[in-house]
Every structure is written in C-alpha cells, then in structure tokens.
Design a protein around this ligand. Structure first.
Ligand code: ADP
Length: 139
C-alpha cells in the first residue's frame, strides 16, 4: 500500500449534467481525501499538452471541441493506492463498456463523453498535478 495523490478532471459533461456532487461523493465515500480543487476553461495549449498522447489521432479535434465546450474542474485526491483505485471507480474509457456501479457506467455516454479524466500511473499523476496546481494550492 502506498499513500498517493491522483489528478482527476471532471469533464464538461459532468458540469453540464450537474453531477459534480454525485461523482465527488463517490470519491469521498471511497476514502479519498480532497487536497485541491480548481475550475477553469481549457486553453488550446494546455489541452494539447494534457492530451499529447492522442493529439495526432483523427478523433482529437472532436475531443478538443468537447473538452472546451464548458469549463472543467480539476481535483487532487489522496488515498492509499489512489491512482489505481480511481481508475477502478471510473471504469474503462468507453462508457458503453463500463459496468453499472462505475462512474462511467452510470453517468457516461460513450468513449469520448466519459465524465472524468484520471491519471493512469503514479508518474503521470506527479506530472499532471504540477500541470494543474501550483505550489501552495494543494492541502
Ligand atoms: P483515458 O481518459 O481513459 O485515460 P485515453 O487517454 O486513451 O483514455 O483518451 C483520452 C480521452 O480521449 C478519453 O478519456 C476520451 O474522452 C477521448 N477518447 C479516447 N478514445 C477515443 C475515441 N476512440 N474516440 C473519441 N474520443 C476518444
């Protein structure tokens, strides 16, 4: 077991459907502690940096339109094995393949409109936390 902090983004669909509380309550019920929260609208450069691994995919322009159509909320969440546990709480990328009881299975629409982003490894989490939170913004 290791105490980790992971980075979650509540995507535009979560903001629009007003399920931020429902989703966040699942994180807290799982014992994950909120260390930081921030709401913002994605600028082109930050989105491209965050999604560098899919920036050359044909579906990227659609992802960009989706991610910029409403603000997003970044959360830093701490707990034992937080990175893997958060990915389990979300379910797989494609909401249609996600089991009921997972966040994407219950609230997601498809492979793109899938409620949340979460860091996929401890190394990625360290980079992503720095991307969205400055020193002094995590508690
Ligand atoms: P994850 O967010 O589960 O780590 P990826 O890093 O592979 O998944 O993809 C980043 C995001 O890009 C996904 O969460 C989703 O919003 C979008 N996406 C991934 N694959 C597709 C696809 N085939 N078509 C449309 N959007 C996609």
């Amino acid at each position: 077991m290791s105490l980790e902090t992971t980075l979650v983004l509540l995507k535009p669909d979560a903001i629009e459907k007003q399920i931020v509380g429902s989703v966040t309550s699942r994180f807290e019920a799982a014992g994950l502690r909120i260390r930081g929260v921030k709401m913002f609208r994605f600028e082109d450069a930050l989105l491209r940096e965050h999604y560098a691994h899919i920036a050359d995919k044909p579906f990227f322009p659609e992802v960009q339109r989706f991610m910029q159509r409403s603000p997003v909320i970044a959360l830093a969440l701490e707990g034992e094995n937080a990175v893997v546990r958060m990915r389990e709480l979300l379910g797989p990328t494609d909401s249609k393949k996600a089991s009921k009881g997972t966040i994407r299975g219950d609230f997601g629409v498809d492979v793109m409109v899938n409620v949340c982003h979460a860091s996929d490894s401890a190394d990625t989490a360290a980079v992503e936390l720095k991307r969205f939170f400055k020193d002094g913004e995590l508690f």
